[in-house]
Design a protein around this ligand. Structure first.
Ligand SMILES: [Zn+2]
Length: 222
């Protein structure tokens, strides 16, 4: 049974890799994707392999301590970032780390993305925060990201990119697209003039609706 789940996870990660490339959310081998198989078994993309050349065997299987169990690759250098998020937020089953352009622009400016649009509010419950800077691949980066994520599905990594979580890889992909769109709209509005964040009460209503209905459907709970 576990072998079947591992095989399915590897296939799903490869499919999402192609979609991330297609939607220009990552380039080359940058960024990474992981999926929870069970509470002590995770699948993650390998370090340094382009998404369009990934084979199922390349996807690395690790336990919750990051010990490699299977796979021909070396786990992504951001493995501990992924494991720290799974540990803190047990409802997430999938994580995508992107280097998309507008989210990276906000990360470079250390600017959180405000809830200017309803879909931004739904996936974040407010602004998408920026984690304090730490060098890529370090435990400090993982700690900073977990601290800044709060109750959101996404967080920006200062001078780096974005981390997106979901109940499923499909949900994480949609959230990754909304994060990039939100960052894009924020950059456009900031360059033109004044913009108006949504009312606080409506942000709460939108977030509750997302968590209670949309996110559950994406995770197959409803
Ligand atoms: Zn990165």
């Amino acid at each position: 049974m576990l072998e079947v789940k591992i095989a399915d996870a590897r296939k799903s990660i490869i499919e999402i890799g192609f979609k991330l490339l297609d939607r220009k959310l990552v380039a080359g081998s940058w960024g990474n994707i992981s999926m929870k198989i069970d509470k002590d078994c995770y699948a993650i993309t390998p370090s340094g392999r382009p998404y369009d050349l990934l084979e199922e065997e390349d996807i690395v299987i690790v336990n919750s301590n990051g010990i490699k169990l299977a796979g021909s690759g070396i786990p992504s250098s951001e493995l501990f970032l992924h494991l720290a998020i799974y540990k803190k937020y047990p409802t997430f089953n999938a994580i995508i780390h992107t280097h998309s352009i507008y989210a990276s622009a906000c990360a470079a400016m250390h600017r959180q993305i405000p809830p200017l649009l309803e879909d931004t509010a739904q996936i974040s419950g407010g602004s998408i925060k920026v984690a304090k800077y730490a060098l890529a691949g370090t435990k400090e980066l993982a700690e900073n990201a977990v601290e800044a994520m709060g109750m959101s599905n996404a967080v920006l990594l200062a001078n780096h990119g974005a981390v997106i979580c979901g109940k499923s890889l499909d949900e994480a992909l949609i959230v990754a697209e909304i994060v990039e769109k939100s960052a894009h709209v924020y950059c456009i509005t900031a360059s033109i003039g004044e913009s108006f964040p949504l009312p606080t009460n409506d942000i709460k209503l939108l977030r509750n609706f997302y968590v209670e209905h949309y996110s559950k459907r994406q995770g197959g709970d409803e």
